[in-house]
Design a protein around this ligand. Structure first.
Ligand code: DC
Length: 228
């Protein structure tokens, strides 16, 4: 069967990764969470005290880029890929609020983006890939056969994220989550380099009122139209 590239972009907590993982599973494609890669670099910056009170030592981070190795490794028992930062599994750590609060500023550094985009393009060189993020259809894979732009009502998104985070961070509040989301929405869509924007040829998937099965059916239909 003809293999294609599927690029999925959208704001935080719109359910991009759920759609991406389901598509990848059904089509037997690889799935890459590009946000996890930016989160891993943000974690590195935190660990090395390159970020303090939302102020990033950009110069130091750029100098450190040659020492930052971000890679995915498949975990057979989880049946999913996990992210490694310099050979250490950081799959859970990158989801903490500390990382969530630091990641937008780290992702706005052009040198960071350049390094991670090159890696993402390498991962997708053979097609048969579903990648989600903010600039996948516009910058990473501008020739992707299928581009999805996923949206949902901000309140619905905050509620979904809150429920998800409560499992691992019981002290988290809905206000904190909503504030972090709206801050990241603003940062991600207004930054100078590769801001989040809908590719002209993207299909818009608004899932505010769609359940998981309905949105998957729609995305799968679009994918099959491209594959055939
Ligand atoms: O998808 P996520 O929320 O885990 O992404 C974390 C951050 O990384 C998000 O605030 C924006 C940034 N990001 C990006 O700039 N470009 C991407 N392709 C993916 C994520």
């Amino acid at each position: 069967m003809n293999k294609i590239t599927i690029a999925i972009d959208g704001f935080s907590s719109t359910g991009k990764s759920t759609i991406a993982k389901e598509l990848a599973k059904k089509l037997a494609y690889s799935y890459v969470d590009s946000g996890a890669m930016y989160r891993a670099v943000a974690l590195y910056a935190i660990q090395h005290k390159l970020i303090d009170d939302n102020v990033l030592n950009t110069e130091k981070l750029i100098e450190s880029l040659t020492h930052i190795k971000v890679a995915f490794q498949y975990n057979n028992s989880l049946k999913a890929s996990e992210i490694y930062l310099n050979d250490v599994n950081v799959n859970t750590e990158i989801r903490s609020m500390i990382v969530s609060n630091a990641v937008s500023i780290v992702a706005s550094v052009p040198e960071v983006r350049k390094q991670l985009v090159a890696l993402q393009q390498q991962m997708g060189a053979k097609k048969g890939i579903v990648m989600d993020g903010r600039d996948i259809g516009t910058v990473v894979f501008p020739n992707a056969e299928l581009k999805l732009f996923v949206t949902a009502d901000p309140l619905v998104r905050a509620k979904r994220r809150f429920i998800e985070l409560q499992a691992t961070q019981p002290s988290i509040t809905m206000e904190e989550v909503a504030e972090n989301l709206s801050h990241r929405d603003l940062m991600d869509s207004t930054r100078t380099h590769s801001p989040l924007k809908q590719a002209e040829d993207a299909m818009v998937l608004d899932n505010t009122n769609l359940d998981r099965a309905q949105q998957f059916e729609l995305a799968m239909q679009w994918a099959m139209e491209r594959i055939n």
